[in-house]
Design a protein around this ligand. Structure first.
Ligand SMILES: [Zn+2]
Length: 451
């Protein structure tokens, strides 16, 4: 086979959107559209969600990479098209720091390792810049260059089917004249689609409130996104959704959403902005604080560090279960860590929780009379008990302990869909057969108008 004139390049980018609008995934579609005549796509674009606990992240901390085979002689031309698309699409904003990286050939071990750390830790921009200098054919950034982190992480997180769980999301876009107006979507068709295709699609409906979750709010160019197990599933779901406005295009992404990939690489070290996974013993009964959040003091079992464990609104049933924990219970806590300067301690914000040990719950009560079996009463401090019924007295008798049944079971609990972060694996995805491959289907993207 003569492949000398062909080469594979990986295009990674991030942080092109800002709170004022814009969307990194839409830029992906624009790039795909603009280079499609000059390349062969080797994979779906990857939409990689990184550590959700980074405070300066873009919404959802998602970054994108595109893998293509091109003629070697076209590299400079492709690079030019892509850079132009990035510059055209990103929204100028003091908090937007876009980054674009292009890697040719092999993806080094360093970049792969970097990508797994970007899932769980707070990574410095400097480290990303150094890696980009060493391994990239080309890199480009604006502002402080934070987008380089996501760009590299989207390329380095390979989501190899044999090694990692992965899902798909079809994102449909609006046409320019409709952006900012109310989305015209038939919600009933979304409910019906979900009932018809479950469990092959997920997180479309909130099971606690029945709310449709597929549409973002406000000025986002995304019309809706459907998450599912295979490209075929999300495309079928797409065909079942009824809308009353034109669709500007769509694209299927391969993602780590709904896979718990961040927990796979997390540890039980409490470190500011990192992802946490570890066994924690409950030290005090959980309390509800202002705003409705529930929290309790706990101890990390492996190192004895005291931490606060918090469950936030709007995870109603989740919080209700957490409130039933008592001292000495143990959980596996999954969540994000924040260091609280004022208390000089870390707190773990729960994304999910497995209750693994329930301690015995006693109630102290007065003993029963050995003569007539009636409940006795105290005869005063250190004076033992007396029976009001038959008059029996015993100054050596003490309170008895009664074991009460706990209104809580050892189990995994996850907040409802609308409170779940992108990476969290929802209940619907448990017990599915593991995928080890996927097909690149025809028509995985389409762009009918420009935004
Ligand atoms: Zn008695």
């Amino acid at each position: 086979m003569e492949l000398d004139n062909k080469t594979v390049i990986y295009i990674g980018f991030d942080d092109t959107d800002s709170l004022r609008g814009g969307c990194t995934t839409y830029l992906a579609l624009a790039i795909i559209d603009s280079i499609s005549n000059h390349c062969n796509f080797l994979d779906y674009p990857k939409l990689i969600r990184n550590n959700p606990n980074i405070p300066w992240k873009t919404r959802g901390n998602g970054s994108i990479s595109i893998t293509v085979e091109i003629d070697r002689e076209n590299i400079a031309y492709i690079k030019q098209i892509i850079q132009k698309q990035v510059e055209q699409h990103y929204h100028m904003d003091e908090n937007t720091n876009p980054g674009l990286v292009i890697i040719e050939g092999e993806i080094s071990k360093e970049i792969q390792e970097f990508a797994l750390r970007a899932l769980v830790k707070n990574i410095s921009i400097l480290e990303a810049k150094e890696l980009a200098e060493r391994f990239c054919l080309f890199h480009f950034s604006k502002g402080n260059g934070r987008g380089l982190i996501g760009g590299l992480a989207a390329i380095g997180n390979l989501l190899e089917p044999e090694k990692e769980d992965f899902t798909f999301e079809l994102l449909a876009y609006r046409t320019e004249e409709f952006i900012g107006s109310k989305r015209r979507i038939n919600e009933k068709s979304v409910h019906e689609m979900d009932q018809q295709l479950a469990p092959k699609v997920f997180n479309n409906i909130d099971s606690e409130t029945n709310k449709v979750l597929i549409c973002p709010a406000g000025k986002d160019p995304v019309f809706f996104g459907i998450r599912g197990e295979t490209p075929q599933d999300v495309l079928e779901a797409f065909s079942l959704i009824e809308v009353e406005e034109p669709i500007g295009g769509y694209c299927v992404f391969r993602t780590n959403q709904g896979t718990d990939q961040h927990f796979k690489y997390a540890d039980s070290k409490a470190e500011n902005y990192s992802v946490f996974k570890g066994e924690v013993e409950v030290l005090e009964r959980p309390i509800t604080i202002t705003g409705g959040h529930v929290f309790f003091k706990g101890k990390i079992c492996v190192n004895g560090e005291e931490v606060d464990i918090a469950a936030f609104e709007p995870s109603k049933n989740f919080k209700k279960t957490i409130k039933k924990l008592i001292p000495q219970d143990r959980i596996i806590a999954y969540g994000g860590v924040k260091y609280k300067e004022e208390f000089k301690k870390h707190s773990v914000h729960l994304e999910k929780c497995e209750i693994v040990f329930l301690s015995e719950y006693y109630k102290e009560e007065a003993p029963l009379c050995p003569k007539c079996s009636k409940r006795m009463t105290s005869d005063g401090y250190l004076k033992g008990y007396k029976c009001r019924s038959c008059g029996y007295k015993d100054k050596n008798m003490v309170k008895t302990l009664k074991i009460l049944e706990r209104d809580i079971k050892k189990k995994l609990i996850i907040p409802p869909e609308q409170a779940q972060r992108h990476l969290v694996k929802p209940f619907r995805r448990y017990n599915l057969q593991k995928k080890t491959s996927y097909e690149i289907i025809e028509k995985w993207w389409k762009r009918s108008s420009q935004v």
